[in-house]
Design a protein around this ligand. Structure first.
Ligand code: PEP
Ligand code: MG
Length: 581
């Protein structure tokens, strides 16, 4: 009987290959009592293991055959920084001295304590940064035991399966030409390892729970990195199906690339802009590949959370300038820092209700130097490149916040002499911003509807809570009516984009066209299909669909209408849509 497991598709692609099991669980550590006279020898052992770990990572930085990208270097530097951090080492040393125990055990218990401090934090950014500490702990333990890193001979079409893979090991092993995919028990879309898989275009699925225990070395597996599905033990007829699917997927990729070249015009000639949401600057190359007409939202959080400190103005400048290399995008939107509350990595993790805490613009205005540094870095790029940048302010809930941020940005623009080189917009993602949208639209150059948060706040339903999936859907009448009110109540002629995930939902597309939204910004991979669908829709029809939906009282009714209309009208992308629903 064939078996399958579903996880989170963190890097797209469809592959078949045989698995190579790298580790089945975290290293087991045994506790040993040491004599008082052995304490210094034990500390020395620890220090040598830490130094060895630093050397290994530095060596990987220097000796990569493939040339590392800057975000890879950042991740390796972040690992080295943790290793060099004296606080971690001194806590372990204190434990060795006080409890007279072996270095492995001391290190492991310091890491366990740290994880307890994080245990109430639900935010994935935080959990994934904690994962970085574990990877490093494992590396030190391996070196304490004298288990040197080993190199592997990968056979053709190897798919790495691991409980977890550190970013350092991912860089080390996944660049091998025989490695075609990665599967892990844990991890998610924003983990460093996922980012590396995406940047290497390596299909990867994470959060597969216990896949590293279920699969046996050599198993032939099928990895559907679109749906997040792994299957194995396939019968002959299923294998035939898979071959068919593989062909379909390669046609899909070809089609996507073909669609990416299409103009984003409706059948009756109404223009739309389709842009990319990116999380690291080098993703602009994927944005171009998939036909984006600009960057509609650069989420800058990763830049801030990938290090154990905030990046300097100069580091930010060096990152933002990369957004302009190798492309001729005129339109680039940088969203200011949206950490704070549940996305905060630095201190302040004691808020009772972080989703409603000091986050987004509230955090920036309470930490004015951090905000100023970010704006300065943006303006240095404007001034050097003579290109316009749109500055997008997240989590706005009052007019006062906009006025205060705008005043500061305007005065800084004068200093940098970039008055004509920027626009200010806000993300409409709180109910209060949606209600105050008319007043807000008089103060800013553009609006971007952040449906991810907007939906969570309208429905009072945590966007990360899987149990709430049935409530948390795009077709809730309250959601659609709120979006419609935002458009209707904004000042005449306001430029409005949608930057939440709903922008990439093909069923919602007629609603956005019907409403007269100007721009949709989405993950790169969704761009071609949305472009293709736009080409097959007419504005007039979409207005009628919107009219029908807005009167409905239940999400199921709206969903039925949209599904019927899309399947009827969208012909070219039909084959592809079947994978998305
Ligand atoms: C949103 O809330 O829709 C949005 C685009 O921001 P994020 O998902 O980063 O919170
Ligand atoms: Mg948001």
């Amino acid at each position: 009987m064939s078996l399958e497991k579903k996880g989170i598709a963190v890097s797209h692609g469809f592959i078949t290959g045989h698995i190579l099991l790298l580790n089945q669980a975290r290293t087991i550590v045994d506790k040993k009592k040491i004599k008082k006279t052995e304490i210094y020898e034990e500390i020395n052992r620890l220090q040598l293991a830490v130094e060895k770990s630093i050397d290994e990572i530095s060596e990987l930085k220097i000796n990569s055959d493939y040339g590392l990208k800057s975000e890879h270097i950042d991740i390796l530097d972040f690992n080295i920084l943790i290793l060099e951090d004296e606080i971690l080492a001194s806590e372990v040393i204190q434990k060795i001295k006080k409890e007279q125990i072996n270095a492995e055990w001391a290190l492991n218990s310091v890491l366990t304590d740290k994880s307890k401090n994080f245990s109430n934090v639900k935010d994935i950014y935080m959990q994934e940064r904690l994962a970085d500490f574990y990877y490093i702990g494992e590396r030190i333990i391996k070196n304490l035991r004298g288990n040197l890193d080993f190199s592997l001979d990968f056979e053709k079409d190897s798919i790495i399966v691991a409980h977890d893979l550190s970013p350092v090991d991912a860089l080390k092993y996944c660049q091998d030409k025989n490695v075609i995919g990665l599967l892990t028990d844990v991890g998610g879309i924003t983990s460093h390892t996922a980012i590396i898989a995406r940047s290497l275009s390596l299909p990867a699925i994470m959060s597969l729970v216990d896949i590293s225990q279920v699969l046996e070395p050599g198993n032939e597996v099928v990895v559907d990195g679109y749906k997040g599905l792994v299957s194995w033990n396939l019968k002959d007829d299923e294998k035939k199906e898979i071959l068919k699917l593989k062909k379909e997927y390669s046609v899909l990729e070809e089609n996507l690339l073909e669609f990416s070249k299409l103009p984003s015009l409706t059948k009756d000639g109404v223009e739309f802009l389709i842009k990319a949401n990116i999380e690291i600057a080098s993703e602009t190359s994927s944005a171009i590949r998939y036909g984006a007409q600009g960057i509609g939202m650069y989420r800058t959080e990763f830049l801030f959370t990938s290090k154990d400190r905030f990046p300097s103005e100069n580091e930010q400048y060096e990152d933002y300038i990369k957004l302009f290399s190798n492309n001729d995008f005129n339109d680039i939107t940088i969203r200011t820092l949206d950490i704070g509350g549940d996305k905060l990595i630095h201190k302040n993790d004691d808020e009772a209700n972080p989703a409603m805490g000091l986050r987004g613009i509230r955090y920036s205005l309470s930490n004015i130097e951090i905000f100023k540094n970010q704006i300065k870095a943006i303006f240095r790029v404007c001034s050097e490149k003579k290109k316009k940048i749109r500055i997008l302010l997240p989590m706005v809930s009052t007019l006062e916040e906009i006025i205060e941020a705008k005043k500061l940005i305007e005065s800084m623009a004068k200093e940098f002499d970039v008055d004509d080189l920027y626009n200010i917009g806000v993300v409409i993602e709180t109910p209060s911003a949606a209600i105050m949208v008319n007043e807000i639209s008089h103060y800013v150059n553009f609006l971007s509807i952040g449906t991810n948060d907007l939906i969570q706040y309208i429905l009072a339903a945590d966007r990360n809570n899987k149990e709430l999936r049935p409530i948390l859907n795009y077709y809730q009448p309250a959601v659609i009516r709120t979006i419609s009110d935002i458009v209707t109540n904004s000042k005449e002629g306001t430029y409005i984009s949608v930057c939440g995930e709903m922008a990439s939902d093909i069923l919602s597309l007629p609603l956005f066209i019907g409403l007269g939204i100007n721009e949709l910004s989405m993950n790169c991979h969704s761009i071609p299909i949305i472009k293709s669908a736009i080409n097959e829709l007419e504005k007039k029809d979409c207005e009628n669909i919107l009219y029908k939906c807005i009167k409905k009282k239940k999400s199921s009714e709206i969903n039925t209408i949209l599904k019927k209309e899309i399947l009827k009208k969208v012909k070219k992308a039909k084959k592809i849509i079947k994978y998305e629903f």
